[in-house]
Ligand binder design. Structure first.
Ligand code: FAD
Length: 351
């Protein structure tokens, strides 16, 4: 049986919920399809010590402030899951769970959304499937010969799993720095980064980053020269555990090694470090395979967009993922604005 809806939103994480909030306000008929069994998107899978890099009020979706977490300036992932669960209920967002979208197809005046449990027809589709589900590992020679454990950020849970072990953490972004800080106390840690790690000044957290991203967008819109925005300030937010490990001298990085050998890693000059485990904190790519039937992907794997609208398919919007779908649109506080713009365009389209 085929079900119909004016709009189908694919993904019930924060981006999908922000879209749902605005679709509800606009009075559109919509469904949100989500592959997870429970609310919270990727936040359900974060490692134990992960905390937001902004205070609660600066991590809010449209309509409802995230409440502060008792005793924590920077809420943890569990608190975010509770907030998203409550948000979904409060706005009565129609999320259908354990539904995985397999493919989106053109079908006359509609888009046909094929899932693992039925088919939907919609006048417009919002894809909000995030990046967590497509971890990226670089092609480093010898990856197949290393005899220890290799895992990506997505599979890391807690330092106790590595106590006393020799661990190499690869990556100079926030995940790499936070996981290195997590492991710095009880493991023999080697932290490896492509270029020297650039910690932001201690007073700069997600609030300042969001303000800087917004100021940059305004400057670009006004035709001023691009100053590089937040990336000119640094890469790593010095959240309290990172600061503490840094201050104790536990967080010094080595440059990237050139290959793996069966017992560890080796640098270009022949020096080696033995390892029981390598944790690849090397980022993510957008989860877009369900859009493959539309044949929209450009040379670098992204889909070209104007705002959030796919250039090659005006009935499709992309939300979240990264700055290419709107400034800070992959963050809790930043996704509200592009969600609003996407749903307004869709309201015009289906009118
Ligand atoms: P997700 O949370 O990944 O939700 C996407 C949903 O779509 C999931 O439920 C998934 O199961 C579902 N899905 C995927 N494919 C399909 C399919 N084919 N069919 C149906 N459903 C599908 N942001 C902040 O604002 N503050 C922070 O402090 C912060 N810290 C971060 C720390 C880390 C380590 C990372 C990785 C990100 C962080 N972010 C932070 C960024 C961002 O807020 C999160 O990545 C967030 O989870 C993105 O939300 P989303 O809704 O775009 O994607």
């Amino acid at each position: 049986m085929t079900r119909t809806s004016q709009v189908v939103v694919i993904g019930g994480g924060q981006a999908g919920l922000a879209a749902g909030y605005h679709l509800r306000r606009l009075g559109l008929d919509f469904a949100i399809l989500d592959a997870q069994t429970t609310p919270g998107g990727a936040w359900q899978h974060a490692w134990d010590s992960l905390h937001l890099f902004s205070p609660a009020a600066y991590s809010s979706l449209p309509g409802r402030l995230m409440p502060a977490q008792t005793g924590q300036t920077y809420p943890d992932a569990e608190h975010v899951v509770e907030y998203l669960t409550d948000y979904e209920k409060r706005y009565e967002l129609p999320v259908e769970r354990s539904v995985r979208v397999i493919g989106v197809h053109r079908d006359g005046a509609c888009l046909r959304v094929e899932t693992d449990s039925g088919t939907w027809q919609a006048r417009a589709v919002i894809s909000a499937t995030g990046t967590w589900w497509r971890p990226f590992l670089p092609a480093v020679p010898g990856r197949a010969v290393f005899e220890g454990r290799q895992l990506h950020t997505v599979a890391y849970t807690r330092p106790q799993d590595f106590a006393g072990r020799r661990v190499v953490v690869v990556g100079g972004g926030n995940s790499g720095a936070q996981i290195a800080a997590d492991l710095a106390h009880d493991t023999q840690l080697t932290w490896v980064t492509q270029r020297p790690p650039r910690l932001l000044a201690d007073h700069i957290d997600g609030r300042a980053l969001f303000d800087a991203a917004t100021a940059r967008r305004r400057a670009l819109d006004a035709g001023h020269t691009d100053t590089g925005g937040v990336t000119s300030l640094g890469d790593i937010v010095a959240v309290p555990p990172v600061r503490e490990a840094r201050d104790r001298g536990l967080l010094t990085a080595r440059p990237m090694f050139s290959r793996l050998h069966p017992a560890g890693v080796e640098w270009a000059d022949g020096t080696r470090a033995e390892a029981d485990a390598i944790i690849w904190c090397t980022g993510f790519r957008p989860t877009l395979s369900h859009l493959a039937p539309l044949q929209l992907r450009g040379p670098r794997g992204h889909i070209a967009t104007t705002g959030t609208r796919a250039v090659g398919e005006p009935r499709l919007h992309l939300l979240g993922y990264g700055d290419w779908t709107g400034p800070a649109s992959a963050t809790l506080i930043g996704v509200g604005r592009p969600a609003r713009e996407a749903t307004l365009e869709i309201a015009d389209l289906v009118a």
